[in-house]
Design a protein around this ligand. Structure first.
Ligand SMILES: Cc1cc2nc3c(=O)[nH]c(=O)nc-3n(C[C@H](O)[C@H](O)[C@H](O)COP(=O)(O)O)c2cc1C
Length: 393
């Protein structure tokens, strides 16, 4: 029998599914409910010193939908609105009621040693399992020189990580931003400064567009907008990239996230280097109940693969990512056309000729391939509306 139990830095997890720091972890009551429903742990909505002003705009969300399904969410939400004392009391309550659940305190403060260390010293006296330093919020905070303004500077990231590490009595994860040229620079920097682990990714800085009727921003706050953070399915490839890049240069535990919608996404994050995963947007769309499918799906998969736990999956795909130079260039694939499924719409022929190669031809005999002209790019297989084209040798 496989198990979902796992252990990171001596912290025992019932299962590797954590709620990410976000609206689903903004109150003790809601985290209590999520724990009852089976989540393995929660990263609290980012806690800040009480005097750091948090005034929200309305609205704070915009989405892009594909056939009615949200494929990405943009937000301009700030951090926790609750006081530090609210969280101190709440953490004690949650831990006494749910001793087996993992509670991670996400924190952020102005770039001053006392501010960070005061917050940590207060939270040291609570039964949290770890800290997560939010160096990565891409909106609202950078204009106050915090959030992503910290995580895009190796120097400031090192400074704050070492301040926190010098007083923290629990393991310290640093939550990294994807909004950098190379996330491994910052991961290396915080590892050198003593971080015990990293979390990645926070949201991707973005702009949702302009409504062409009103000529105002799509995320419209009384006629204006600001750059926001993108999350959900559309950012998953960016999360995969960042997590695997960090794993290639570091053995630190990684809490992977970004666009996880189902157990398959979570399993892929684990193969790419995650030790556990966090989820936000999918919970905001479908609620805490998704935990049932996440747990049963991953457990069944582990069993079908003969793994006892997620350690069998961990990191196994990282070595599959190499440089372009090292890719095998002698493995030329060609489109194979399923004549039964092909409706001779000609879309692949048009796209192939207009994207340079002209390797496909359509006449009264149907679709055919000129192998000499085909470069094996696979575009035809992707644009075929009937999925009648597959690539093979
Ligand atoms: C509305 C909203 C609020 C968020 N607030 C925080 C926050 O307070 N602290 C933090 O570290 N990350 C915050 N995040 C980022 C998420 O924790 C997570 O890193 C990101 O959304 C990617 O995961 P996802 O695609 O599963 O949503 C927030 C995300 C959203 C959508």
């Amino acid at each position: 029998m496989a198990t979902l139990k796992t252990s990171i830095l001596g912290i025992e997890f019932e299962n590797p599914f954590l709620l990410a720091s976000a609206p689903p972890t903004a109150s003790i009551e809601s985290i209590d409910k999520a724990f009852e429903m089976g989540w393995g742990g929660a990263v609290l909505k980012t806690i800040t010193p009480d005097d750091l002003e948090m005034i929200e705009a309305s609205p704070r969300y915009a989405t892009i939908k594909e056939k009615g399904k949200i494929i990405c969410l943009q937000n301009i939400e700030l951090l926790s609105h609750e006081t530090v004392q609210y969280w101190v009391d709440g953490i004690k309550y949650l831990k006494s009621k749910h001793p087996t659940k993992v509670i991670i305190a996400s924190i952020m403060a102005p770039v001053e040693r006392e501010e960070w260390q005061n917050l940590v010293q207060i939270l040291n006296d609570t039964p949290i399992d770890a800290y997560e330093l939010n160096f990565s919020c891409p909106h609202g905070m950078p204009e106050r020189n915090i959030g992503m303004a910290i995580g895009t500077s190796a120097e400031i990231s090192i400074l704050i990580t070492s301040w926190v590490k010098s007083v923290a009595t629990k393991p310290v994860f640093v939550k990294l931003t994807p909004n950098v040229t190379d996330i491994t620079w910052i991961a290396r920097a915080v590892e050198r400064a003593g971080a015990d682990g990293v979390a990645a990714i926070n949201t991707v800085q973005s702009f949702m567009g302009i409504n062409l009727d009103t000529l105002e921003p799509v995320l419209n706050v009384d006629g204006h907008s600001t750059y926001g953070g993108l999350s959900g399915a559309a950012v998953k490839p960016i999360g995969f990239k960042c997590v695997s890049q960090i794993r290639q240069i570091s053995n630190l535990p990684i809490l992977g996230m970004g666009g996880i919608s189902d157990w398959q996404d979570a399993a892929q994050y684990i193969t790419l280097g995650s030790d556990a995963v966090q989820i936000c947007t999918e919970v905001m769309i479908n609620g805490y109940g998704i935990i049932n499918g996440l747990k049963s799906g991953l457990l069944n998969y582990l069993e079908s693969k003969g793994f006892n736990d997620i350690s069998g999956l961990k990191n196994i795909a990282v070595q599959k990512i190499t440089s372009h130079k090292k890719l095998n260039k002698n493995n030329h694939l060609y489109p194979s056309i399923d004549k039964e499924t092909c409706v001779s719409c000609g879309k692949c022929v048009k796209i192939c000729s207009e994207s340079e190669y002209s390797a496909l031809n359509l006449d009264k005999e149907g679709l055919s391939l000129n192998r000499e002209q085909c470069v094996g790019c696979s575009l035809c297989s992707h644009i075929c509306p009937k999925e009648a084209i597959t690539m093979c040798c």
